[in-house]
Design a protein around this ligand. Structure first.
Ligand SMILES: Cc1cc2nc3c(=O)[nH]c(=O)nc-3n(C[C@H](O)[C@H](O)[C@H](O)COP(=O)(O)OP(=O)(O)OC[C@H]3O[C@@H](n4cnc5c(N)ncnc54)[C@H](O)[C@@H]3O)c2cc1C
Ligand code: FES
Length: 280
């Protein structure tokens, strides 16, 4: 069993979970993920490692509550334990001296891009971080990101902080910089990964996306995480999760994400209704 050290909602719908997992904390590298299972009957889901402390033996995850399993993880309390924390899984993000690297994060990706930005900075890169959200109250870890970045930009759909609008504003941010961007790294929801890649393509910036397809085993056995990249079939869990954003077949990926929507949403609604009935 793996003990929950901290569990808190840091902004609406986004939860921070610190788990005791010393073996993973010793091994994990930026860009890798773990598979979590909140209870014995529950499903296993992949979650990026947003930070770790090898001395304390802890790993930190930032979880966006979108369905039944993320809801169960968000409901955990400090002192409780969960049966499964498997990892570190996937390949680490490539960290080299690229020059100027733009790290883009949205929703849970604001957290998962943090260790990548930190490692890139330690390697001597100039790090430009861009975070995006519907509104400024959904930003978190701003101070942590400022510490590992040369510059931080914000995009909010309602204009409450930084650039107003969507990810296409990235074009203006890139053009406002004194130096060309040598590489872009994007973490977050599939739409952000796709739209970020669409925006960087005409700017000819090499773009790495951390894909988040449905996964079961996370070790290359089941084939559920199949994606097409540059007309080659890849398994995101063992060949990724990082891929060239300009080569991903986004239409196929978005279609596959919808495959189990009915099965995924109904149990959540049912469990929330049951919870409501229990309370009343
Ligand atoms: C390598 C990898 C790393 C990941 N890292 C993280 C992470 O650090 N933090 C995190 O919160 N999630 C992360 N995810 C996504 C996470 O695994 C899924 O959100 C989770 O499996 C959903 O499980 P659920 O049972 O709560 O929701 P489900 O019941 O599976 O889904 C409920 C509904 O939400 C939709 N949905 C599912 N996932 C998302 C999503 N990410 N964004 C928008 N809508 C979604 C589904 O299509 C469905 O309609 C990662 C995925 C991968 C493959
Ligand atoms: S999750 Fe089963 S092959 Fe990737």
């Amino acid at each position: 069993m793996f003990k929950v050290i901290t569990s808190e909602m840091i902004v609406p719908n986004i939860h921070l979970l610190v788990l005791e997992a010393p073996a993973i904390a010793r091994e994990v590298k930026p860009g890798q993920f773990v598979i979590l299972r909140p209870d014995e009957e529950g499903e296993r889901i992949p979650i990026s490692v947003a930070d770790w402390d090898a001395e304390e033996g802890t790993v930190t995850a930032v979880i966006m509550n979108v369905g039944s399993t993320t809801d169960k993880l968000a409901s955990l309390e400090a002192g409780m334990s969960i049966p499964t924390v498997v990892g570190p899984l996937g390949n680490p993000t490539k960290i080299e001296r690229f020059g100027t690297v733009l790290c883009l994060g949205g929703c849970y990706g604001i957290g998962s891009v943090f260790p990548i930005a930190r490692a890139l900075k330690e390697k001597g890169n100039k790090v430009i971080t861009v975070i995006e959200a519907r509104s400024s109250y959904l930003f978190y870890w701003e101070e942590r990101l400022r510490e590992v970045s040369d510059k931080v930009f914000y995009i909010t759909r309602d204009g409450t902080k930084g650039y107003r609008g969507h990810i296409e504003r990235l074009q203006e941010i890139v053009k406002s910089l004194e130096e060309p961007v040598d590489r872009m790294i994007i973490n977050g929801c599939t739409f952000l990964l796709k739209r970020g890649s669409d925006t960087s393509r005409p700017l000819e910036i090499s773009t790495v996306v951390s894909l988040n397809p449905i996964m079961i085993d996370g070790t290359g056995m089941c084939g559920v995480c199949r994606v097409t990249v540059g007309s080659t079939t890849r398994f995101a869990c063992v060949h990724g999760p990082d891929f060239d954003g300009h080569q991903v077949d986004w239409d196929e990926l978005l279609q596959r994400r919808k495959t189990y929507m009915a099965e995924e949403v109904i149990p959540l609604r049912t469990s929330r209704c049951e919870e409501h009935i229990d309370r009343s």
